[in-house]
Design a protein around this ligand. Structure first.
Ligand code: CA
Length: 448
C-alpha cells in the first residue's frame, strides 16, 4: 500500500534498463481526422489526483481551445504502459517522466528538448523549486545540473517528511517534539519505547512507537549518519562503510532489539501504514500525497524533522516527477504549453494544491500556503524546508537506470529479521551493486 502511494506520488523509477527505439511515426492517433486539435496526455495517479488533473486540464482547454485526451494509469502500470507506447510508435504528446528514466528517453530520442520553448513562454523558472527544474536538465553527460538542456518541467517535488501522532503523545503525557530541533536517535527510541504498550491489558501489544519500511526510510538514517550509497559522481558504490552499516543495523534493531515496532507477524496481519492510520503508531513518514487521506483520520498529527542517527544533520529524500513532451508530437507548441500550464500556472497549481495531493510548485504560492491560518498539518513549512534546504535526490535518481540501487533490497530480509548483521550483508552486497552500477555507466556511454 505505501509502496503504491509513493509510486503514485513522486518517488524513484523502477525503470531498469530501458530498451527503447526512437519513434518515427505519429504520436497522436486522434489527429488528422477532422481538424480539431487534440493532444494526448498520459499520467498516473489515484482517484484524487486524477480528478484534480482533469479539472486543471478542463481549464486549460477552456483557456487555449486545445483539447486534451487523457490517458491515466495506475501507478504500478505506468512505466510498462509508457514503454509499450514507445515501442508501438504511439508516444503521447505529453507524459509523466521519472527522474531515473530521463537519460534513457533522451538517448533514444523520445523526449523533446524544450529549453527554447520554455524560455520563450515567459515562465519564471526561478519561482519553481530549483531541484525540481534541474531534475529534468541533462547536458549529455550529467543530469540534474543547472546548465543542461531542459527535457521536462517538474509536475511536483515530493518532500518525504516525518510525522507523529500528536493525540497519542499528548495522551501519554509525552512532551511534543520540537519542530526545529531533530530528535537524536536515542531520544527517538526512548519516546518510541514509552509509546509501545499493551493498552487494553490483554497481554499483546496494540500500540507501537514506529514501524518503518526500509526501502523508503533507510535513506534518512544513512545520510544523517554521514553515509551514502555512492560517491559524489555516482561511480563507486559506498554501502560498505561503517556509517552505512551502523544506520542499517539501527534500523533493524528497532524491531529486533528495541522492540518498538510491530513484529513481523503483527505487520503481516495489518501493515504499518494501516496501523498508523488506525492510530496505533506514534511516528511515521508523511509525504504531501498522504495529506488528503491523513487529514481525515481520527487523530491529529504534525510534521517534524527526521530523527538523526549521527551528527550529519537531519536528512531525507526529495522526489520529483516530471512532465515531458514527445519528440514526435505533431503539436509541439501546444504540448509545451500544457507542460508549462500544469507545472507553473498559478490557477492550475491552486487546483492541484487544493486537492491536498502535492505542495505548490511555485515558491511564492508555497510560502503563502505554508503560512495559512489553521493549516493541516500545522507545520507545512517542514515540507518546504525539505524542498528548499535539506531534501536530497534518491540515490538512483540521476543514474542510468536503478538496477544497481534495487539490488540492495533484494536479499535484505535476513538483516531485518536479525539473522544477519548489517555489516556482513553490506560487505557481500556492495560488489554486486558495483557490478550493476558499472553496467549502468557502460550503458549510458553506449546510449550517449
Ligand atoms: Ca493489547
Amino acid at each position: 500500500m505505501i509502496r503504491r502511494k509513493l509510486l503514485a506520488a513522486a518517488a524513484i523509477a523502477v525503470a531498469g534498463t530501458l530498451t527503447l527505439t526512437a519513434c518515427s511515426g505519429s504520436g497522436d492517433d486522434s489527429a488528422g481526422d477532422g481538424g480539431d486539435k487534440t493532444i494526448t496526455f498520459m499520467f498516473r495517479g489515484g482517484p484524487d489526483e486524477k480528478a484534480a488533473y482533469e479539472a486543471a486540464i478542463a481549464k486549460f482547454t477552456e483557456d487555449t481551445g486545445t483539447k486534451v485526451k487523457v490517458i491515466v494509469t495506475d501507478a504500478d502500470q505506468y512505466a510498462t504502459k509508457l514503454q509499450a507506447s514507445v515501442a508501438g510508435n504511439n508516444v503521447p504528446d505529453v507524459f509523466y517522466i521519472e527522474q531515473a528514466s530521463l537519460q534513457s528517453y533522451v538517448a533514444s530520442g523520445v523526449l523533446m528538448d524544450i529549453t527554447d520553448q520554455v524560455d520563450a513562454s515567459g515562465v519564471d523558472l526561478s519561482n519553481i523549486w530549483e531541484y525540481g527544474v534541474n531534475s529534468y536538465r541533462f547536458d549529455g553527460t550529467t543530469q540534474g545540473t543547472p546548465d543542461g538542456a531542459l527535457y521536462g518541467l517538474p509536475k511536483d517535488v515530493g518532500p518525504f517528511s516525518f510525522g507523529y501522532n500528536k493525540t497519542m503523545l499528548e495522551a501519554a503525557g509525552i512532551p511534543l517534539p520540537d519542530k526545529d530541533t531533530p530528535l537524536t536517535w536515542d531520544e527517538f527510541v526512548a519516546i518510541s519505547k514509552q509509546l509501545t504498550v499493551d493498552k487494553n491489558g490483554d497481554g499483546t501489544l496494540d500500540q507501537w512507537g514506529t514501524g518503518l519500511n526500509v526501502q523508503w526510510n533507510l535513506q534518512s538514517m544513512v545520510w544523517s549518519n554521514g553515509g551514502d550509497w555512492t560517491n559524489e559522481d555516482h561511480t563507486e558504490v559506498t554501502v560498505d562503510t561503517p556509517e552505512f552499516a551502523e544506520a542499517l543495523q539501527k534500523f533493524a534493531d528497532l524491531t529486533n532489539v528495541e522492540k518498538v515496532t510491530p513484529s513481523a507477524s503483527d505487520a503481516a496481519t495489518l501493515d504499518t501504514y494501516q496501523r498508523w492510520m488506525a492510530g496505533e503508531i506514534g511516528f511515521f513518514p508523511v509525504g504531501p500525497w498522504d495529506v488528503s487521506v491523513y487529514n481525515d483520520l481520527d487523530f491529529d498529527y504534525d510534521l517534524i524533522p527526521w530523527p538523526t542517527v549521527g551528527d550529519a544533520g537531519t536528512a531525507t529524500w526529495l522526489g520529483s516527477l516530471g512532465i515531458g513532451v514527445s519528440a514526435t508530437s505533431k503539436y509541439p507548441e501546444d504540448a509545451v504549453k500544457l507542460v508549462t500550464y500544469l507545472s507553473a500556472d498559478a490557477d492550475a497549481q491552486q487546483t492541484l494544491v487544493d486537492a491536498n495531493i502535492q505542495i505548490p510548485n511555485l515558491i511564492d504560492v508555497a510560502e503563502a500556503w505554508a503560512a495559512e491560518e489553521g493549516a493541516e498539518p500545522a507545520n507545512r513549512q517542514e515540507f518546504l524546508d525539505i524542498a528548499q534546504d535539506y531534501g536530497r535526490a534518491m540515490p538512483a535518481a540521476f543514474t542510468y537506470g536503478a538496477e544497481w540501487y534495487d539490488e540492495l533490497w533484494t536479499n535484505i530480509q535476513p538483516v531485518l529479521d536479525g539473522k544477519q548483521t548489517a555489516a556482513d550483508y553490506l560487505k557481500e552486497t556492495q560488489p554486486k551493486m558495483q557490478t550493476l552500477l558499472d553496467e549502468s555507466i557502460a550503458n549510458a556511454e553506449q546510449a550517449g
